[in-house]
Design a protein. Sequence first.
Length: 275
Amino acid sequence: MNTKRLKRAFLGAVVALTFVSGVASADAEPLRIGTNPGMLGDTLEVAAQEARKQGLDVRVVEITDWTTPNVALASGDLDLNYFQHAAFLGNEIRERGYKFVKAGVGVLPNIGLFSSRIKHLSELKNGATIAVASDPVNEGRGILLAAQAGLITLKPGVGSHATLADITGNPKHLKFKEVEGPQLVRALDDVDVAQGYPARFVAAGRPDIAKSGLQYSTTDDLQYAILFVARADNASDPRIRQFIRIYQESPAVLARIDESYVGDKRLYSLPWLKK
């Protein structure tokens, strides 16, 4: 082999090695999943441990607000997120133009009205304060729950799209305080009643509150199941499908979900098992 052919062969080998190395490096990148602390983060971490046993490296990124997980997913800093239901996702897509799709379904959490001051809604005094989520979707859910509890009446047909402006009857002259969703647990002691997710009270060391809601929603409305959400351009990533399958099928994950709800089946359901 002459000198030119040797050089070409050497350069070809270098290019091939570089290509193989690049593929290996890409495959070695962890699947990055954004979520909120508490039940969601805890159960994802259990699934991540199971995934690693199967050769899938997963990094769970906990974020304390409900804005950053979508911003980070859109920018490519995350591959997947798991914190929002379909109603919240639809609102985000309409308002921000995200190119997101549902990659899979997760836990369907119940919500409730909770209090550290009273044991029954009949004890609620005139002028009491109720904290509800400040984002439009979850606020509507909280307001509707207050209406279902008989505390207020709403304009006909508004349902879970209700706003404070839709309240037509408020016989106890209740005051409504808008609080960022993740902070509702902390707000509990500053108000008479607070909307909230039971698992968040459990994570905050208050399982007694989680199990003693003054009013609960039902666990049958699938639009409020927490979704695995991906960008449209990466939703077909086989790692995403593999991880969601692990999350839904792992006995360890199912046990951790149940533990997050202190074993109370009133507080959650698993939609994928009902198919």
